[in-house]
Design a protein around this ligand. Structure first.
Ligand code: ATP
Ligand code: MG
Length: 266
């Protein structure tokens, strides 16, 4: 039996004036798959995320989520279909507690309108109670329980990144896009992050991951797509990628030999 991929990217191209940031890029992502996008600085990884999340409109090509075209849709509609993302740089809502920051992420699922809230309808309270309970579970899941009521500005950088993931998960995503989630994290936080990502994927959520830390990424990714100057130069399991001569030349260089020792069985 074959199942259709959850995300299908076909011929994706993005030009900024004369610069082609992403060129004729195609790949699929299955439900529950951890797919990594790697490549040198400026290769087009964040641009690809921005195209998938709807922040940018493609110059050419298609993106489908569960068979439905999403390219050109506004960000909030794509998010409403279950596509959640974190950013390369933390974006906390300062002056608010962790719980409030996570609750913002649950917004897409809540049915209540302002009129419902003003009318004091009981389902509004039920929804809010459930959302708060779920926010608490997610804060626990990312290991920040001790800070639940604290202001977000008291968090360390790494803790702030984990909070971003909790907020993205609050929307019950089908796909989560993580842009350099391990950057700036301590070794302990990175191993916690790996375990979290595995659990998120095991629940059937597709994880798209952009990351420069190969020791973190290679054992985690089910499949790796390698970009260079906006073009896909390789795709495969971590073991194949680290051996690929074109990938070594464009990106991994001398580090590949050392990394091969740690690469998992595909
Ligand atoms: N809004 C924009 N306007 C013009 N050029 C842009 C814009 N966004 C990205 N670019 C250019 O597109 C190319 C790809 O950038 P992108 O941010 O996608 O790279 P990246 O792979 O995420 O790099 P990094 O690893 O440094 O985060 C770069 O040359 C960048 O300067
Ligand atoms: Mg980037």
């Amino acid at each position: 039996m074959t199942t259709a991929p959850l995300i299908k990217v076909e011929g994706l191209t993005k030009r900024f004036g004369g610069l082609v940031a992403v060129e004729d890029l195609s790949f699929d992502v299955e439900s529950g798959e951890i797919l990594a996008l790697i490549g040198p600085n400026g290769a087009g990884k964040t641009t690809t995320f921005n195209l998938i999340a709807g922040v940018l409109v493609p110059s050419a090509g298609h993106i489908a989520l569960d068979g439905q075209r999403i390219d050109g849709m506004p960000v909030h509609r794509i998010a409403g279909l279950g596509m959640m993302r974190t950013f390369q740089h933390n974006m906390p809502f300062a002056g608010m507690s962790l719980t409030a920051n996570v609750l913002i992420g649950s917004h897409r699922k809540l049915r209540a309108s302002v009129l419902d809230i003003l009318a004091g309808r009981s389902f509004v309270r039920d929804e809010e109670t459930q959302a708060r309970q779920r926010a608490g579970e997610l804060i626990d899941f990312v290991g920040l329980n001790a800070y639940r009521g604290a202001d977000v500005t008291t968090l360390s950088f790494g803790e702030g990144r984990l909070l971003e993931i909790a907020r993205a998960l609050a929307g019950s995503p089908r796909v989560i896009l993580l842009d350099e989630p391990a950057a700036g994290l301590t070794t302990a936080e990175i191993s916690r992050l790996s375990a979290m990502i595995r659990r998120i994927a095991a629940d059937g959520v597709s994880v798209l991951l952009v990351e420069h830390d190969m020791h973190f990424l290679l054992p985690l990714a089910h499949r790796v797509v390698v970009l260079n100057f906006g073009r896909k130069i390789a795709e495969g399991g971590s073991r194949d990628i680290v051996r690929d001569p074109a990938v070594k030349e464009a990106y991994l260089g001398e580090a590949a030999g050392a990394l091969r020792e740690g690469a998992p069985d595909a």
